[in-house]
Design a binder for this molecule. Sequence first.
Ligand code: CP
Length: 296
Amino acid sequence: MDLISIDSLSDGQIASLIERARHHFAGNRAGRSSQALDGKILFNLFYENSTRTLMSFATAAHRLGMAVVTLPVEASSVKKGETLEDTARTLNAMRPDALVIRHSENGSAAAVALIMDAHVINAGDGTNEHPTQALLDAAALVERLGSLDGVKVAICGDIKHSRVARSNAKLLPRLGAEVRLAGPPELLPDGVIPLSVDEAISGADVVMMLRVQRERLDNELGDAPGEYLGQYGLTAERLASAAPDAWVMHPGPMNRGVEIDGAIADDPKRSLIALQVEMGVAMRMACLELVAGGKD
Ligand code: CP
């Protein structure tokens, strides 16, 4: 199977992924290892920059006994003009068992999945989806809260360009959460009920801040990112209006002092950011098991 969108997962698969990720999370902390996918090969194909997703898929694969091969796209024949489809056909002929792809075009992972015999996992396609990020976010919340039933989650910032927001807006309500999307009016997509960041954060149990994606903006915000924090970012004052002890999340990478005050991001009593990264390895182990088979 492929993992392209949250929509393609059943409720049972989502519950199983979260349970399995938490199992691996505990196992990784205890230093346990698995050879469940021993002898299988994972290809990493990242056309866009990544630290967390690229490294956590590689780590997850190693922890399951897979061999990992990463194409350095900047040094590849992509730079000679080879199309995505021809690259996919070329890599397919090398017969990997699974391929993780990140690309700037919406629908690119689905297009590659049609070409590849290998199991394809979407690691972010344009502004469309980033399903494994949403899955790891959900698993981190279940790890902390026990359940998402009735939990109010404010997702704030550049909603229009955020594949993380799109995948979380699909996933979290299926687990019982109430999701509030908010941000600058010019960064909210059509069809979203416009909420101010203050309205969204008020009484929220979880506040997930999103990166301002300057690479995908046409200067909608002007040239004063410092003003963003005061108008739309997570400050101590705004966090004070959330539920007592509300948790703070950010998928990373952060623009400190833009969408989030750095002191909040670093506060271990409020921030789940490090937990999100750690759960990222565990969830990607669960995802690789699901698509490529083999459990121990
Ligand atoms: N959250 C996330 O996708 O981070 P990277 O871009 O570093 O992979």
